[in-house]
Write a protein that binds this ligand. Structure first.
Ligand SMILES: [Zn+2]
Ligand SMILES: [Zn+2]
Length: 138
């Protein structure tokens, strides 16, 4: 939470009770939730909050680096409170996104060819497949 407060301060965001609850719920869930999932969780604590408020707050978080937006496939945005370097495994069956770390993926070599075309700021690998839970489900 100190990290959250520090980031808010840096970007001149007030640490409001609403923002705090939204961040806490996002942080608790390691499942890269959609905005409406975060909304459902936050609503249990703040019954009067609107979807719009939650959604706007999440987008603000992602703008200032408090959360990340998971690159989607034309589906609604998903949010990730883990802004440290990590990679994603995306299960095509249950649609879960699972975090993992792998130093060899952190250090993937970008060819000169690509470096001429793009300025790479961040390397993130997304693996797609079937998670063990789904694999073992018959
Ligand atoms: Zn799965
Ligand atoms: Zn993640």
């Amino acid at each position: 939470m100190d990290d959250f407060r520090a980031k808010c301060k840096k970007h001149n965001l007030k640490v409001t009770p609403q923002r705090t609850v939204i961040y806490k719920e996002l942080l608790k869930a390691r499942d890269h939730p959609y905005a409406d999932e975060v909304f459902a969780r936050v609503k249990k604590i703040l019954p009067n909050i609107s979807f719009d408020t939650v959604n706007r707050t999440l987008l603000t978080f992602s703008k200032v680096g408090i959360a990340d937006v998971v690159e989607g496939r034309g589906e609604p945005k998903r949010f990730d409170p883990n802004t440290d370097r990590h990679h994603h495994f995306w299960c095509i069956k249950c649609n879960k996104i699972i975090d993992f770390e792998d130093s060899s993926l952190d250090n993937l070599k970008i060819s000169e060819e690509l470096q001429k075309r793009f300025t790479v700021l961040n390397q993130k690998v997304v693996l797609e497949g079937i998670c063990n839970k789904c694999k073992n489900k018959k």
